[in-house]
Write a protein that binds this ligand. Structure first.
Ligand code: NAD
Ligand code: TYD
Length: 351
């Protein structure tokens, strides 16, 4: 009989983490899944209420920056793997408060690497430290070209720089100590449970409330959008089958200019809310550009496609429409978030 997996998932109460935790709890009922999350403004246990009582699943509230806390956690648990998603994740917040990003993303990752490395000395069953990262570490593309795993790092925001630094630390632990690591760099995700500070849920929420739709600059920046379940499927595959020491780029092959995406959301929502065609587009406002705003991200995902057989599964317009439905059907989830510190952030950022 194979060894029983006990996996530490960090940031499991956040957007992507909650989809990863649910997928692992459902697909691998014989694994123990420990979800470690600080529950910052972005962490929300409501994201996981359907699996909160599942056998083999446990939530622990804690901070990856707190080394004493991690020492206790690792002294009480022998992990076979770690999937590390905990991070400060929003570029605009990183411009307002860079040190918080350096603390969590850089120091927090260093702490986890150190603990995994210490435990590996007496735990031969430790098989994988999987670091979840972003395509933003590669910087900004012009109109042509794609990021490959060989693209040089060129981060431009405190968020992307802190993620780039954490990627380097992960690879340093592989080369120096032989820690079995794997890294993936993914494009922009969308789907249910995304905090409404990010473009798609912010626009959905604002259209619904007939609030202005802030488009940075001229809306010409381009992002490659991937449905969160497709990312979770890639994470599952890489965790189980990815080669150690390797990096995998993950993307949707689905580039959209921000303004076109906002207009598409307006069109979808006019229909769903039974508003006159063109009604929501009137809410679009061009606002001051984000400092250091990367022009374009786009991913060459051919490595994960050819080596591990992964493909983005969902048609964009259908998945976007399903995402809008989720936000319209889950007003309680939104209300709980919007009653928190969201408004004060919104005022700082937009008003
Ligand atoms: P998120 O902000 O929704 O969730 C982050 C989670 O980490 C939250 O639950 C938060 O409470 C937790 N957290 C933050 N600081 C912590 C700390 N010090 N200790 C423990 N937990 C802490 O983020 P997300 O969008 O789900 O992103 C998850 C990961 O995926 C991040 O590492 C991010 O860089 C990466 N990523 C995100 C995207 C995207 O489009 N959202 C794309 C590529 C990669
Ligand atoms: P975002 O969702 O913050 O993701 P990222 O910055 O990590 O790509 O933003 C996506 C794009 O949308 C980005 O080019 C910035 C732009 N944007 C706006 O135009 N208005 C907004 O209010 C937000 C939040 C983002």
């Amino acid at each position: 009989m194979g060894l029983k997996h006990k996996i530490l998932i960090t940031g499991g109460a956040g957007f992507i983490g909650s989809h990863v935790v649910r997928r692992f709890v459902r697909n691998y009922p014989d694994y123990e899944i420990v979800n470690l999350d600080k529950l910052t403004y972005a962490g929300n246990l409501e994201n996981l209420k359907d699996i909160a009582e599942a056998p083999g699943y446990r939530f622990i509230k804690g901070d990856i920056v707190d080394l004493d806390f991690l020492e206790k956690l690792f002294s009480e648990n022998i992990f076979t793997g770690i999937i590390h998603l905990a991070a400060e994740s929003h570029v605009d917040r990183s411009i307002l408060d860079p040190l918080n990003f350096i603390n969590t993303n850089l120091l927090g990752t260093a702490n986890l690497l150190h603990m995994a490395n210490e435990q590996m000395k007496y735990n031969p069953s430790f098989s994988c430290f999987y670091h979840i990262s972003t395509d933003e570490v590669y910087g900004s593309l012009g109109k042509e070209g794609l990021f490959t795993e060989e693209s040089p790092y060129d981060p431009r925001s405190p968020y992307s720089a802190s993620k780039a630094g954490s990627d380097h630390l992960v690879r340093a632990f592989y080369h120096t100590y032989g820690l079995p690591v794997v890294v993936s760099n993914c494009s922009n995700n969308y789907g249910p449970n995304q905090f409404p500070e990010k473009l798609i849920p912010l626009v959905i929420n604002n259209i619904k409330n007939s609030r202005e739709l802030p488009v940075y600059g001229k809306g010409e920046n381009i992002r490659d959008w991937l449905y969160v379940e497709d990312h979770a499927a890639a994470i599952d595959l890489i965790f189980h089958e990815g080669n150690k020491g390797e990096t995998y780029n993950i993307g949707g092959n689905n580039e959209w200019k921000n303004l076109d995406l906002v207009k598409l959301l307006c069109e979808i929502m006019d229909e769903k809310l039974e508003r006159a065609k063109g009604e929501s587009e009137k809410l679009i406002r061009f606002v001051k550009d984000r400092p250091g705003h990367d022009l374009r991200y786009a991913i060459d995902a051919s490595k994960i496609e050819s080596e591990l057989g992964w493909q983005p599964g969902l048609d964009f317009k259908n998945a976007l429409s399903a995402t809008v439905d989720w936000y319209l059907d889950n007003q309680d989830w939104l209300d709980h978030i919007l009653s928190g510190e969201y408004e004060s952030y919104y005022e700082k950022q937009y008003l």
